[in-house]
Design a protein around this ligand. Structure first.
Ligand SMILES: C[C@H](N)C(=O)N[C@@H](Cc1c[nH]cn1)C(=O)O
Ligand SMILES: [Zn+2]
Ligand SMILES: [Zn+2]
Length: 485
């Protein structure tokens, strides 16, 4: 692989030295990623909360060792389904430089992860970073530990080389992103006129490229996450002894879930699709111009056929259409082998990705009304309770903003190509809050590969993306300092 392509103005911002420094510290960067991946900082599992806390402390420690002005901010309590509360993981903030003649860039990231276990089908131990053929496999490697480290290493490289940071850099790193950033929205509101007062731009690197070409991201989908509980008999029943005497909660639940979406992926809940903003001709033209190999994508995710055979339709459905996903059923028998039980209480977990102009409050109402009506039609004596546990809005930026021009220049410097301008199908719950509360321009500058397997088995970060991504960030800080607005 070609590591170092010097930009025309390399010497004006000492890119060469920074790139060399980053290259020569690759093994050190891999080792710290190994230490971070080893922490099972699963935010969706309250049993793992001590690990998330430890992860926040390790993050703060790393930033303190670099002489940052670091705080571990208490963001309150989390209410659990049984009504009890536990402390939310602290949020780490840090500041490097406070020169009022410079711009201030705030980097957001998260160090919590999705659950993972070898039994899910991982080829390696998920919390033991495994270095194979240039890829670093481990839960959280790409989402979002390596990108957070890449930003930290960027600041460190400037410091160690004695090169003045071209902008002031702030960090805001959380440990609850994967459950919807609990506590962070309130903290951002509280710190709007303190921590965020001098922030000019927000940069988020918590997504991936669309293909092998680097990308800049200008939109994310939001997410409304639901629990639908159906309750019947007081305890689980023997299906031979009692089958035929009771209306089973699981049958009711599957029945109503099946009314939400057609086999071809069309959402059947009235009002949802009607709210979606129509695609403009300009958008269509942008999607048409994106280089995207559908066959490569199909093979990578291992399906026989994609939902659409047309590139524009496929990208549009992934980025700017809502989708329903059913994630699991609590209380259902899911172990290997066969068990002949009628579960007494089952809770479906499903989510609906949000796009402009959907409104989570409306979606909550539409989903509840639809499921309750479908349930009523069944004439069942069982009880249904639908709860929306997260309502994260989508985020959309103006890709014409100078931040994106700076991104293009930095990508050109490091990779010598033009980046794709893309949207992200996933959700970064705090992005919209930053937009509305902090009210400063945001860019998403991903370094993850298109095939990193986020939330999946065998998640990885390639050494190439980790190291070149660090150089990209180093170049980006310079480009932001040079923007003429
Ligand atoms: C894109 C980001 N790296 C991510 O994975 N975000 C999660 C956040 C979320 C949404 N609902 C609950 N958590 C995601 O998109 O699933
Ligand atoms: Zn993430
Ligand atoms: Zn994630």
């Amino acid at each position: 692989r070609v590591r170092l392509r010097l930009p025309s103005n390399a010497h004006s911002f000492q890119f060469e030295e920074l790139a060399k420094y980053i290259d020569s510290h690759e093994e050190e960067y891999v080792e710290i990623l190994r230490d971070w991946v080893a922490v099972e900082s699963v935010s969706t599992d309250v049993q793992k909360r001590p690990d998330v806390e430890r992860m926040m402390e390790m993050t703060a420690e790393k930033l303190k060792n670099m002489q940052g002005k670091v705080e571990l901010v208490d963001v309150g309590q989390q209410e659990l389904p049984d009504g009890t509360t536990i402390p939310l993981p602290k949020v780490v903030t840090a500041q490097f430089g406070s020169d009022s003649s410079k711009r201030t860039v705030c980097i957001y990231g998260h160090v919590d992860v999705q659950p993972a276990s070898k039994e899910d089908g991982w080829a390696t131990e998920p919390y033991n970073l495994t270095d194979l053929n240039g890829n670093l496999y481990g839960r959280g490697a790409s989402d979002n530990k390596a990108p957070v480290l890449a930003w930290i290493h960027t600041v460190e490289a400037y410091q160690k080389l004695g090169i003045e940071l071209p902008v002031n850099v702030k960090f805001i790193i959380e440990g609850m992103e994967e459950t919807g950033s609990d506590g962070l929205e309130a903290m951002v509101k509280v710190q709007k006129d303190s921590f965020f007062a001098d922030v000019d731009y927000i940069v988020i690197s918590d997504c991936g490229w669309l293909s092998r070409r680097p990308a800049l991201t200008y939109g994310t989908r939001g997410n409304c996450y639901f629990h639908a509980a159906v309750e019947g008999p007081k305890e689980d029943l023997h299906s031979g002894v009692h089958g035929g005497t009771v209306i089973e909660p699981m049958t009711d639940l599957i029945g109503i879930l099946n009314t939400m979406i057609s086999p071809s992926g069309q959402i059947l809940i009235p009002g949802i699709c009607e709210a979606v903003s129509p695609m403009t001709e300009k958008e269509r033209a942008t999607y048409e111009s994106i280089e995207f190999d559908m066959e490569d994508y199909r093979q990578n995710i291992g399906v026989e056929r994609l939902m659409h055979s047309n590139k524009v339709e496929l990208l549009a459905h992934r980025w700017r259409q809502p989708t329903v996903s059913i994630h699991g059923i609590e209380g259902a028998f899911s172990d290997p082998g066969s068990k002949t039980v009628i579960p007494a209480r089952v809770i479906a977990k499903f989510s609906i990705r949000q796009v402009p102009d959907m409104d989570p409050k409306e979606v909550e109402k539409q989903v509840k009304e639809h499921l309750e009506a479908a349930f009523a039609k069944r004439g069942t004596p069982n009880k249904l309770k639908v709860t929306m546990v997260l309502g994260a809005k989508p985020w959309l930026a103006d890709p014409q903003h100078l931040l994106y021009e700076a991104g293009k220049a930095a990508v050109k410097t490091v990779f010598n190509v033009e980046p794709d301008l893309v949207r992200e199908g996933g959700t970064i719950p705090i992005a919209r809050t930053f937009q509305e509360v902090v009210d400063k321009p945001i860019i998403m500058l991903p370094i993850g590969g298109f095939d990193d397997g986020l939330h999946s088995q065998n998640e990885k970060m390639s050494r190439y993306n980790y190291i070149e991504g660090t150089k990209l960030f180093a170049a980006y800080l310079h480009e932001v300092s040079q923007m003429k607005d």
